[in-house]
Design a protein around this ligand. Sequence first.
Ligand code: LLP
Length: 435
Amino acid sequence: MNQNVREIKNNTLYFDGCDTTKLAATYGTPLYVMSYTDIKNRLEELKRDFTDRYPGARIAYASKAFCTEAMYEILKQEGACIDVVSGGELYTAQKVGFPAERVEFNGNNKLPKEIDQAVSFGVGRIILDGLQEIELIEEACKRYAKKMNIMIRITPGVAASTHDYIVTGKKDSKFGIPLDEDVFMPIVKRVLESDYLTFVGLHMHIGSQLFENEAFIEALDVLMDWAAKIKEEYDADVKEVNFGGGFGVTYTNEERKPYSFFLDPLMKRLKQRAGEIGIEVPAAVIEPGRSIVAEAGITLYTIGQIKEIKGLRKYISVDGGMGDNIRVALYQAQYDGVIANKAQETPDETVTVCGKYCESGDIILNDFKVPGSVQMGDILATYSTGAYGYSMASNYNNNPIPGVVMVKEGQSDWMVKPQSYEQIVQNNVMPQFLA
Ligand code: LLP
């Protein structure tokens, strides 16, 4: 089990051994804080319950959840693979010398220049997401005299129960290849016949923040039906199956499930279905993003203006907001947190915590309970902000993107420095005709 790195003592929140009020004083706020220990514990759980347990299994961390050089360094050291979806993520991996064969390239509209970058670097797999991509990959392979391993992403037509914006597996989706006989099979054939492509298997991703395993199994069944057709029609074996990511985490009171809750039944079914088709059990791959980093992150803010709207609501404002956490405005996401310097005082007042951005929807916490003594200068910590917080940050209102500090058993250091005003405008230029 994952040990919780959050600890409350002396009326103060500690995170991975660090006093969070001291972190705020030393590094400034708003500040993202990432726990090395928590990330490492998750990776160990995955190792124990998945990669060590099932031969050939591998994890490909979904970089989109949180992508920085130091994060890639940890994954590199731990022997994990990564899933990238852009030239920028790939560039970051290249910059830390991430082993190319451990990179898997996803995306519904990979650009020609991104495909070129991936092929020249020699990534381990490209996850095919459309017909036109094939030629682009072949052309790049020709240019670099290389072959490329291809997994084909299917749209399994399974609706997982989660927020509508993050459902990706249902039939009406921009992701994956629809499973219509006359669409899907010619694409498989095209890959099998190519001199430059090696067909290795099938990929699915049904959605995010999931707590049930039925939809995974249902989708795997669909995937294996097509593995059977591929065997029957082309005598080709699906050697790898990627189950995608989406394993749910605790933001407020969701009950997080261990990875084995999802993976053991999936592996059992995979084995059974492979036996029925008469192929070797395919190597299994997963792409967890959120479940590795969400709970490993907190965000620290300093409290500013406090406004009481008589008979309605009390607003407490912080020095960050939707620029560092868009998930509340975008998905009505709910978070929890604590006043880090008053962590043991009784929370007896319900407030709305808002940010400093010019937008009414710029809310950080709804119906949040704080001690009545809360005042300007106090430090608010929000929990489980490690996934899709920093990675979805923006410069709205020309506010700088906060820095990220990594903590480990009482030690702390920058992993991303905060943006300066100078950096916000560094690419601004005056058009000649204005001069
Ligand atoms: N693999 C594929 C192909 C994906 O599209 C995704 C997420 C993942 C893996 C990782 O899923 P995870 O394990 O992190 O749930 N911005 C949204 C989440 C979008 C997820 C998109 N794809 C959010 O903040 O909730």
